[in-house]
Design a binder for this molecule. Structure first.
Ligand code: NDP
Length: 316
């Protein structure tokens, strides 16, 4: 039979934003419940080295960092559940949220920190070869491409990071970049340039994949739509997407104000959403910065906002 629990603060999501909100809310004696969601620990658990989070001068493994932040939340009494919230009803307080087992959580406040997920190009071949050469996570799947040829799509920091990671495993790494420059930061551009086995294909779009059962190559178009458009194929066993992310906010559609890309709209400088008592932190509400340290910062703010909301609600 479905169970029902009540909490003063329900945190949905477990990246740096969710766990940090958990640390602050539990230290304020609010005994938060954290639903960790599908990707426990969030996107950083799929990255290799995190070099820009303050306090780790030599860098830190993404998984290790997230398990440290999780432990910190647990230490102060957060009730962490390895489950997923599937449905929410924000039409009245307390808010009713239903998890993947059908259990209900009645929450006086909710902090949403569901993060974002990798985007795909939308090619039918990405579906056809998913798990058979198509991936959006080099650190998860790079291991399978030892001494082989792979390609990374994108020209941002993520793409450079993925290409660098893969270049230590694979024989050759192509970067497929649609513009004539890399959007990535200078330090990443320099590192890519220094790696002999990375070749950047500028002004190029991947338009299809081929292979018997698994990816064996990529159809490419250079200067797409221009007079000097050129079509060619490259040999590759792995096709890695690194073209940005979309917010994980599907279940909040119709419940909260979202922008045209699905990011939760908050009332700056607070983390308040369009529903009083519901707050948003981290990448699900951040189309601009998308950094772990920013997510942790907004997680802190969301917990403080929720605490203040509860105090004000009690005083009424
Ligand atoms: P970005 O949005 O910065 O870059 C996305 C890249 O994918 C761009 O090169 C973009 O091309 C390309 N792209 C997008 N859509 C398509 C498409 N349909 N077809 C082909 N190419 C496409 O995303 P990132 O994930 O790289 O970075 C997000 C944020 O996270 C940034 O602020 C970044 O600095 C940060 N970050 C920082 C890291 C670090 O400091 N170590 C590591 C990883 C991320 P175009 O340029 O033409 O738009």
């Amino acid at each position: 039979m479905a169970e029902k629990t009540a909490t003063r603060v329900l945190i949905i999501g477990s990246g740096p934003a969710g766990y940090t909100a958990g640390i602050y809310a539990s230290r304020a004696n609010l005994t938060p419940v954290i639903y960790e969601g599908i990707q426990v620990g969030g996107q950083l658990t799929q990255t290799s080295e995190v070099e820009n989070f303050p306090g780790f001068p030599e860098g830190v493994d993404g998984n290790e960092m997230m398990s440290l932040i999780r432990r910190q939340a647990e230490r102060f009494g957060a009730d962490i559940r390895s489950r997923i919230i599937k449905k929410v009803d924000f039409s009245k307080r307390p808010f009713l949220c239903v998890d993947d087992r059908g259990d209900e959580v009645e929450a006086e406040t909710v902090i949403i920190s569901t993060g974002a997920s990798a985007k795909y190009l939308g090619l039918p071949d990405e579906e056809k070869y998913r798990g058979m050469g198509v991936s959006a996570c080099a650190t998860c799947d790079g291991f399978f491409y030892r001494k082989r040829i792979v390609a990374v799509v994108g020209g941002g920091d993520t793409a450079c990071e993925e290409a660098l990671y893969l270049s230590a495993i694979a024989r050759k790494v192509y970067m497929i970049v649609r513009k004539d420059y890399l959007r990535a930061s200078d330090v990443m551009k320099r590192r890519v340039g220094d790696r002999d086995n990375i070749e950047v294909l500028f002004n190029c779009n991947a338009v299809g994949l081929f292979g018997d059962g698994a990816v064996e190559g990529i159809h490419i178009v250079r200067n797409l739509g221009k007079t000097d458009e050129e079509r060619f194929d490259i040999e590759a066993d792995g096709f890695f997407l690194a073209i940005g992310h979309r917010p994980n906010t599907e279940i909040f559609k119709g419940q909260l104000d979202l922008d045209s890309e699905g990011y939760i709209i908050t009332k700056a400088p607070t983390t308040a959403t369009s529903v009083p008592g519901v707050f948003a932190a981290g990448d699900c509400a951040d189309p601009i910065y998308r950094q772990a340290v920013c997510a942790a910062g907004t997680g802190c703010r969301a917990a403080l906002d929720a605490e203040k909301f509860l105090i004000n609600a009690e005083e009424l």
